[in-house]
Design a protein around this ligand. Structure first.
Ligand code: ATP
Ligand code: MG
Length: 180
C-alpha cells in the first residue's frame, strides 16, 4: 500500500486544481517559504478525516477553503482527493486503487466519498484504521513538533500504541453505541 496521488482544489493556497503523483518510497516536497509545502501535508491529514482546525493551522475549519488573494476571489468549497494503491490488499476493500475524497462548503456542509460513493467520516476512519494511517495517528510530524512527541505524556503515548494495535476502532464503535 502506498500513497499514489493527491488532488487539491480550493484547499488553502491551491485555488486551481493541482494533482500530485507519488511513487513508492520517500517523497520530498521542496519550495520557497510560503509556497504551500505544509498545505500539502495539511490536505493529506484533512482528507483522512482530521477534525481539528488547529491541527490544520487554522482557527476554524472554513479556513481550509481558499480565502482569495488580491487577484483572485475566494472560493466556496475545498476539495481534496487521496488515491491509495491497494494492490497488496492492506485496505479492507475490494479495489486495487482506492480514492478517498472530502469536500467542505463555505455554507457549512461537508461530504466524504470512497471511490466516488458517498461515505461517512466513520467509513473513512474504519477503512484506514488498521493501516497505520488512521485519524489519531498517521505519522505526520509537523514543523517544530518533534519535541512534543519526544515529551508525550504516558496517556498520549498509549494513544499511539492503541491506534497502531487497531484498538481505537473498537473504542470509537463502543462510544458510538453507548451514545445511542
Ligand atoms: P515554510 O517553508 O515557511 O514552512 P510552506 O511552503 O510550508 O512554507 P505553507 O504554510 O504551506 O508554506 O503555505 C502558507 C501560504 O498558504 C501562505 O501564503 C498563506 O497565506 C496561504 N494560505 C493558507 N491558507 C489559505 C487559504 N485558506 N486561502 C488562501 N491562501 C492560504
Ligand atoms: Mg511549512
Amino acid at each position: 500500500m502506498y500513497l499514489k496521488g493527491l488532488t487539491l482544489k480550493g484547499f488553502k493556497s491551491f485555488a486551481s486544481a493541482t494533482s500530485l503523483n507519488f511513487e513508492p518510497g520517500i517523497t520530498a516536497i521542496v519550495g520557497p517559504n510560503g509556497s504551500g509545502k505544509s498545505n500539502v501535508v495539511d490536505a493529506l491529514a484533512w482528507v483522512m478525516g482530521e477534525q481539528g482546525a488547529k491541527s490544520l493551522r487554522g482557527a476554524k475549519m472554513e479556513d481550509v477553503i481558499f480565502a482569495g488573494t488580491s487577484g483572485r476571489a475566494p472560493l466556496g468549497r475545498a476539495e481534496v482527493s487521496l488515491t491509495i494503491d491497494n494492490t497488496d490488499g492492506v485496505l479492507p476493500i475490494d479495489y486495487t486503487e482506492v480514492t478517498i475524497s472530502r469536500t467542505l462548503f463555505r455554507s457549512g456542509g461537508s461530504e466524504y466519498a470512497i471511490n466516488g460513493h458517498a461515505a461517512r467520516l466513520l467509513d473513512v476512519q474504519e477503512l484506514l484504521s488498521d493501516t497505520g494511517m488512521g485519524r489519531e495517528m498517521h505519522v505526520i510530524v509537523g514543523q517544530g513538533q518533534l519535541d512534543q512527541i519526544l515529551q508525550a505524556t504516558p496517556e498520549a503515548r498509549r494513544g499511539f500504541i492503541e491506534e497502531a494495535a487497531g484498538v481505537l476502532k473498537h473504542r470509537r464503535r463502543k462510544d458510538k453505541a453507548v451514545r445511542k
